[in-house]
Design a protein around this ligand. Sequence first.
Ligand SMILES: Cc1cc2nc3c(=O)[nH]c(=O)nc-3n(C[C@H](O)[C@H](O)[C@H](O)COP(=O)(O)OP(=O)(O)OC[C@H]3O[C@@H](n4cnc5c(N)ncnc54)[C@H](O)[C@@H]3O)c2cc1C
Ligand SMILES: NC(=O)c1ccc[n+]([C@@H]2O[C@H](COP(=O)([O-])OP(=O)(O)OC[C@H]3O[C@@H](n4cnc5c(N)ncnc54)[C@H](O)[C@@H]3O)[C@@H](O)[C@H]2O)c1
Length: 488
Amino acid sequence: MQEATYSPGPGRRPVQRDGDLVCDICVIGAGSAGLSVAAGAVQMGASVVLVEKGEMGGECLNSGCVPSKAIIAAAAKAHLPRTSAAFGVTLGPAAVDHQQVHDHIASVIAAIAPHDSVERFEGLGVDVIKASARFVDPRVVEAGGRRIRARRFVIATGSRPAVPSVPGLADSGFLTNETIFTLTALPADLLIMGGGPIGVEMAQAFRRLGSTVTLIEKETILSRDDPQAVAVVRDALIADGVAILEGQGVASVSRSGDRVEVLLDGGDRISGTDLLVATGRRPNLEDLGLEAAGIATGPRGITVDARLRTTNRRVFAIGDVTGGPLFTHAASQQAGIVIRNALFLLPAKADYGALPRVTYTDPELAQVGMTEQEARKSGEPVEVLFAPFAGNDRAQAARRTEGFAKIIVGRRGRILGATIVGPGAGELIGLWALAMSQRLAIGAVAGLVLPYPTLSEISKRAAGSYYTPRLFGPTTRRLVGLIQRFVP
Ligand SMILES: Cc1cc2nc3c(=O)[nH]c(=O)nc-3n(C[C@H](O)[C@H](O)[C@H](O)COP(=O)(O)OP(=O)(O)OC[C@H]3O[C@@H](n4cnc5c(N)ncnc54)[C@H](O)[C@@H]3O)c2cc1C
Ligand SMILES: NC(=O)c1ccc[n+]([C@@H]2O[C@H](COP(=O)([O-])OP(=O)(O)OC[C@H]3O[C@@H](n4cnc5c(N)ncnc54)[C@H](O)[C@@H]3O)[C@@H](O)[C@H]2O)c1
């Protein structure tokens, strides 16, 4: 997480009192969520203690967003020879050295790590304790043999892979996001259980790097997303050579020598050299002493209200440990809400109505607000605006014409949601996130002047189509005809 740093000079520091370390805010967990609160709070003058039992930066830096996007970038390079010929450029076949791919991933992590480091946070004035934290009563946390008494606590302990209880799986040896980025040899035959964002991103990346890949999904891949957009991603994965088995559960797993064997619910058997389990997440709640602090949990994680308060009024919880939305940018949005509540006593509430999400396949799939299906279910009259990348001149020049932008509009041009699947969709969705967060109507995007030729014009094209039937209809024609009679 790259949040801004401002150095206002020394602020309040935690103090030792009656054997306790006393501070304004104690943050548990130094991942995307915890680091954002700690950095923000200390720079606004609060005294902050940050407790982390593992690596600073948490999952996003060490085993999530950063390494996954680094391997996707390597895979894009490996894919170049397969797309260049249409431009009249012939590249030799890609030779992938996975040890060097691993080193590339490690060096990207190392480049970002100083921003999340103990040194940087202590430099900002945070007391960092490298230990496991546990509530001993509603007001006190113990960590590394120290007692921390804070006005407010923030639990930001994240999540870990949820491994399903499939017979044989635990004894067969499998990879998760915690281990796959440490491989120094490319898996020859990779089986992936789970077709969520992790499964599909990794399926395409490893296939492009040279693995044979089979993706096993018990329902449909990317099931939360617009099926028409998912179809574009599915076609791209298949074109890359990923075998996709949808509607197929895994009945059992076994290992025989260097092969892992999977028995599917339907009775078919498949085997591979490696198995990646990407079947969702579990919140990190254990050993936190939540009962001692009177903090309730639900099936997805720690129970919080719209202000992100737990059932203990001194304690907030944010990030993956609350069960969703499971994104780094959601964690930092939540951190801002906690800061407003805890430091300024403002009743700020979480609102995910304009929270974008992107799956970084090629093409990317980006969403903000409601999908078409969600909007239709809401009962409001819905208009669907559609612009294909094939109608975008820049996409034509780059030979990237797959995909589309679909904008969902309600009454009086209110933007209800945007789905973009295609080249650079993750960058293009930002415009719609801004439009939705500022409650702009569709006319604001239709009236934008954007540089030609850019992919971003697809948004204007889709927005403009809202006015096509209104502008080019019989009323306008009659009006122009009437006015023209008076033009000398
Ligand atoms: C492969 C993968 C790719 C992803 N890609 C993206 C992406 O592209 N974009 C995106 O937005 N999101 C992505 N995510 C999701 C994102 O990584 C998470 O939503 C985010 O990291 C959650 O942050 P967090 O601070 O809640 O938890 P974490 O980052 O998990 O941090 C929690 C920290 O708390 C510490 N901790 C736990 N218990 C204790 C304790 N008792 N005492 C002290 N410390 C403790 C842990 O050691 C950890 O460091 C991805 C996830 C994965 C797995
Ligand atoms: N680009 C991004 O922003 C990004 C990338 C990766 C992860 N993430 C975050 O991390 C979260 C976790 O990702 P994920 O992909 O592990 O989880 P997920 O919950 O999104 O998807 C898991 C998939 O596994 C399937 N599944 C579950 N059990 C199965 C079984 N026994 N056999 C076959 N399939 C099974 C589910 O039907 C589901 O489709 C995501 O929800 C997302 O919020 C974000």
